[in-house]
Design a protein around this ligand. Structure first.
Ligand code: HEM
Length: 425
């Protein structure tokens, strides 16, 4: 009830606050790092963009393209060579290529289609370093990291270098997009269909007369941050849970068989409306995100004094942290079986998905600041889950320890080491 109060009922009294803005300064004035009018303007622009069917179609097509061009051939290669791979690393590369394609119309090609061709991509690495530096700022006194930043030492040195790499990359992408009309534009599958270009759509929606580089840079980095590691970490936890719960895996495969004509060529290019029929898969993904909320903790700052539903007094300017990760193990929220992986929790007797209020299933945050990419995330995760589970069998390497890392996004501490085998039918 306290979280419901802070995120929804008395939303106007809780903003992100100046400490949050400082910690996440790399995000500039983007939606994740802004309050009041700046946030409202960004939210309105992005909300109208995210509602468009053209964006959904573009995301679906670019995911399929990456699946068929890289992810499936790569896993084939891995299964033939009987190599052990880190599935989390593969998902990170896959989603990074996708989010860059969607946001910047540029594919950095982090994910190769052969196991022997893995390479580090400087921009992607810079993002990881930046995330580490942001986490560090949560744990040390503000004065200490500020001093380290001024002296350019420790994790702050990495943060400065990473930010330079990220800014250079974004600057190149944005200026290229507007200088050369057709450069590096990703081609959709049908030639006569116009490509979706997020940056140009942003310029149109925001009504800017001249290209506002700072606005585009801030929006791009916020969307890359929001959509990159979340989906890859979500897929990793989902695949780990499914591979360790064979009964769930069987039910997902049965549902796929019942709803798709897997004998048809290109059956994987399913329309989004077909994805909605997969009630059990939807439940399994929700359950994975419930158990492993990808943004494991949130912070807010009270503007005026307030009394929480628990009776606790909150003074003005008080920072409040709440742990989404801990909420999943509270019996009073999820019942006695809260630690079990049970997709059935999300399915009604009439075999439709049960809607749970966002303040309870908090993985996508609650209104009015709920995640704008929720629908797109489900589409992406379902497409990948269907394609991979149908074609391959994943077995976690014996003795490999799977546990969460302490990080801003809930990654796996040691990755997800698996054997990949082609599924025989
Ligand atoms: C499974 C994947 C995802 C999860 C679990 C997730 C979760 C969240 C959470 C918890 C927040 C609140 C963050 C905060 O205020 O500190 C958020 C905000 C947001 N997310 Fe997502 N996200 C996911 C994927 C995406 C994707 C793919 C996009 C789009 C590219 C996206 C776009 C956004 C945006 C724009 C916001 C800011 C909303 C606002 O402040 O008004 N998210 N998301």
């Amino acid at each position: 009830m306290n979280v419901h109060h802070i995120t929804s009922k008395n939303f106007v009294n809780y903003d992100k606050g100046s400490e949050f803005h400082e910690i996440f300064e790399v995000l500039g004035n983007g939606i994740l790092n802004s309050d009041y009018d700046i946030w409202k303007r960004q939210r309105d622009i992005l909300q109208s963009l995210f509602k468009q069917n053209i964006l959904e179609n573009f995301v679906t097509k670019s995911i399929h393209k990456k699946l068929e061009g890289s992810l499936l051939p790569l896993l084939n290669d891995v299964s033939e060579s009987k190599t052990i791979v880190d599935l989390e690393d593969i998902f990170q590369r896959f989603t990074f290529d996708n989010i860059c394609t969607i946001m910047l119309a540029f594919d950095p090609k982090c994910l190769p289609n052969k196991f022997t061709e893995f390479q580090e991509v400087a921009f992607e690495k810079a993002f990881n370093k930046m995330e580490d530096a942001i986490l560090y700022r949560h744990f040390v006194p503000r004065s200490l990291w500020k001093l380290q930043k001024w002296l350019r030492i420790g994790s702050e040195k990495h943060s400065i270098v990473s930010q330079q790499i990220i800014d250079k990359f974004l600057h190149e992408c944005i200026s290229t997009k507007f200088d050369e009309e057709q450069s590096r534009v990703i081609n959709c599958t049908q030639e006569d269909e116009p490509n979706f270009n997020m940056l140009k759509a942003l310029v149109e929606k925001s009504g800017m007369e001249q290209i506002d580089y700072k606005f585009l840079r801030d929006t791009a980095i916020n969307l890359l941050t929001a959509g990159r590691d979340t989906i890859s970490a979500g897929l990793s936890w989902f695949f780990w849970l499914v591979s360790t719960h064979p009964k769930v895996e069987i039910k997902i495969l049965e549902e796929i068989r019942a709803n798709f004509n897997a004998n048809e060529e290109n059956w994987l290019i399913s329309e989004v409306k077909n994805l909605n029929k997969l009630v059990y898969l939807h439940g399994a993904i929700c359950e994975a995100l419930r158990l492993f909320p990808l943004v494991p903790f949130e912070h807010k700052c009270a503007i005026k004094s307030d009394i929480l539903p628990s009776g606790d007094y909150i003074g003005p300017n008080t920072m409040i942290y709440y742990s989404l990760y801990s909420m999943r193990r509270m019996e009073q929220i999820w019942d006695k079986d809260c630690l079990e992986f049970k997709p059935e929790r999300w399915i009604s007797e009439k075999r439709s998905n049960i809607q749970i209020p966002s303040y309870k299933f908090i993985a996508f945050n609650a209104c009015p600041r709920s995640c704008l990419g929720k629908n797109l995330s489900f589409i992406q995760m379902k497409i990948v889950a269907i394609a991979l589970l149908w074609n391959f069998y994943f077995k976690v390497v014996e003795g490999h320890s799977v546990c969460p890392n302490v990080s801003v996004i809930l990654h796996m501490k040691h990755g997800l080491k698996v054997h990949v085998t082609k599924r025989s039918r």
